[in-house]
Design a protein around this ligand. Structure first.
Ligand SMILES: CC(C)(COP(=O)(O)OP(=O)(O)OC[C@H]1O[C@@H](n2cnc3c(N)ncnc32)[C@H](O)[C@@H]1OP(=O)(O)O)[C@@H](O)C(=O)NCCC(=O)NCCS
Length: 196
C-alpha cells in the first residue's frame, strides 16, 4: 500500500499529489532515454519533479486536466489534455507510462478514460494528439483509444540523437471527436473524489 490510495482495486486514473511517493514515481519514470521529450527540462531531481508536478496541481488551471495512472497505489503513468480551448472546445492529449509498466494496455485504457472525461464532464468536442512515426507504441495507444489518423506533418519535431546530433522527425497527427465511436479498449475507471 502506498500513500493510502487505491491499494485494493485495479488500475485507475486519479489526480496527481505532491506526496513523496508521487515525486519518487516521477523520478523513476523519467529515468529513461525515451522520456526526455515528455518534459521541457531533465526531470532528474526532486526540485525538477516538483516543478513538473506543479503545473497539474495548480488550483483553477482551466487550460489542462491531468491524471496519474495508478496501479496498486503507485503512479506509473500520466495522461493529460492540455491547451484546452473553450472557443472551439478542443484540447491536446499526451501520455506516458513508466518503462516497467508498459505493454499492459495502461496507456490505451488511460487515454480512453481521459477522452470520456473530456467529452463528458468537460464538454469538449475534439481531442488531438500526435506521435513521431518511429513510435509504434504511441500509434497503438492512439488507435486503441479511438483516435483517427488525420495526416502526416513532415519533419515537424527536432530532437537530439544519442550522440547529441539534431534529428528531425515526421509526425502523424490524429484526432477523436465526441461524435466518433467508442474506444477499442475499456477505459480505466476514474477514482471517485476523496479516494485519491
Ligand atoms: C508509448 C507508451 C505511452 C505506450 O504505453 P503502454 O502502456 O505500453 O501502451 P499499451 O500497452 O496501451 O500499448 C498500446 C499498443 O501499442 C503496442 N505497443 C506498445 N509498445 C510498443 C512498441 N514499443 N512497439 C510496438 N508496439 C507497441 C501494444 O502492443 C498495443 O497494441 P495492441 O493493443 O494492438 O497490442 C509508452 O511506451 C511510453 O510512455 N513511451 C515513452 C513516452 C511516449 O512516447 N509517449 C507518447 C508521446 S506521443
Amino acid at each position: 500500500m502506498t500513500d493510502g490510495r487505491n491499494s485494493a482495486s485495479g488500475p485507475c486514473l486519479r489526480p496527481w499529489t505532491d506526496s513523496g511517493q508521487d515525486i519518487a514515481a516521477i523520478l523513476d519514470a523519467f529515468d529513461s532515454d525515451d522520456m526526455a521529450a515528455q518534459a521541457g527540462e531533465p526531470i532528474n531531481s526532486d526540485a525538477a519533479a516538483g516543478r513538473w508536478l506543479a503545473q497539474w496541481l495548480e488550483a483553477g488551471n482551466q487550460g489542462a486536466v491531468a491524471f496519474a495512472i495508478d496501479v496498486a497505489g503507485r503512479a506509473v503513468g500520466h495522461v493529460m489534455a492540455g491547451a484546452i480551448d473553450r472557443r472551439h472546445d478542443t484540447a491536446w492529449v499526451s501520455y506516458w507510462v513508466a518503462p516497467e509498466a508498459r505493454g499492459a494496455g495502461l496507456a490505451s485504457r488511460a487515454t480512453a478514460a481521459l477522452a470520456e472525461h473530456c467529452f463528458g464532464s468537460l464538454g469538449l468536442f475534439r481531442l488531438e494528439l500526435a506521435y513521431r512515426v518511429n513510435n509504434p507504441g504511441s500509434a497503438g495507444v492512439a488507435r486503441n483509444a479511438g483516435f483517427r489518423v488525420e495526416g502526416l506533418e513532415r519533419a515537424k519535431l527536432r530532437y537530439l540523437d544519442v550522440d547529441g546530433n539534431p534529428v528531425r522527425y515526421d509526425v502523424q497527427t490524429c484526432a477523436r471527436l465526441s461524435s466518433d465511436g467508442p474506444a477499442l479498449v475499456p477505459p480505466l475507471p476514474l477514482a471517485p473524489a476523496g479516494t485519491a
